[in-house]
Design a protein around this ligand. Sequence first.
Ligand SMILES: Nc1ncnc2c1ncn2[C@@H]1O[C@H](COP(=O)(O)OP(=O)(O)OP(=O)(O)O)[C@@H](O)[C@H]1O
Ligand SMILES: [Mg+2]
Length: 244
Amino acid sequence: MSKVIFENVGKQYLTNWAVKDINLTIENGEFVSFLGPSGCGKTTTLRMIAGLEENSHGKIYFDSDIVSDPKNKSFMLPEKRNVGMVFQSYAVWPHMNVFDNVAYPLKLKKIAKDQIKSDVEGILKTVELAGLENRKSHELSGGQQQRVALARGLVMRPRILLLDEPLSNLDAKLREKMRKDIRKIQQDLKLTMVYVTHDQKEAFQISDKVVVMNHGKIEQIGTPAEIQKNPVSEFVADFIKSGE
Ligand SMILES: Nc1ncnc2c1ncn2[C@@H]1O[C@H](COP(=O)(O)OP(=O)(O)OP(=O)(O)O)[C@@H](O)[C@H]1O
Ligand SMILES: [Mg+2]
């Protein structure tokens, strides 16, 4: 696990700022959610942590290591960052069984077969999929497929796990269960997790800290209780009210 620090980070696409002048520290082992309307820069921020997008301004650190500093032409490639990602579309491969889906990132790294077997079995236990190793993904429920994606994100023992609206394809009941499961796994493994959601109820329920964004900027950072009790701007107050 790692601490993540954003120092005056911006991302510009031609004349459009997707993210502007963000300052943020995500502590080791913390669960932080990004909350905000469509287009406010949540996914862009996650992709900059993963190194799938390069910030155009500012610096990003993992602990004391600089991972991106465009001014000094410093950029750590995504494959060197050891960051796991889980997306809204679970992107599990339908032709592969559960074991192979989860083993995939380890195979890419050419890890020894025995090690892969024990790592995959361990993580499948964590996400409660033990015994389903040989099932093809299309033979799984939506929630089970989401667990496969989660296991694949966790199997590399990432420094940081990023989740971009991972539950939005699930029905309300399953969302509730998976949300609790994700939080438990995060606490058990003491992982740094960054979670993106439109759903404020979800963000407030699951997070140590919530970051409310609007138009590429951070409106407020705080614990769920702080933000609910003391919204710092009209935008935050309205946003919270609108989701009640
Ligand atoms: N590759 C790109 N080229 C140009 N503009 C982009 C690109 N990717 C994102 N943007 C713009 O950057 C802004 C932030 O996009 P981003 O995907 O981060 O939003 P988001 O908060 O994740 O939204 P959503 O909740 O809809 O997923 C948007 O205005 C978007 O149109
Ligand atoms: Mg997005």
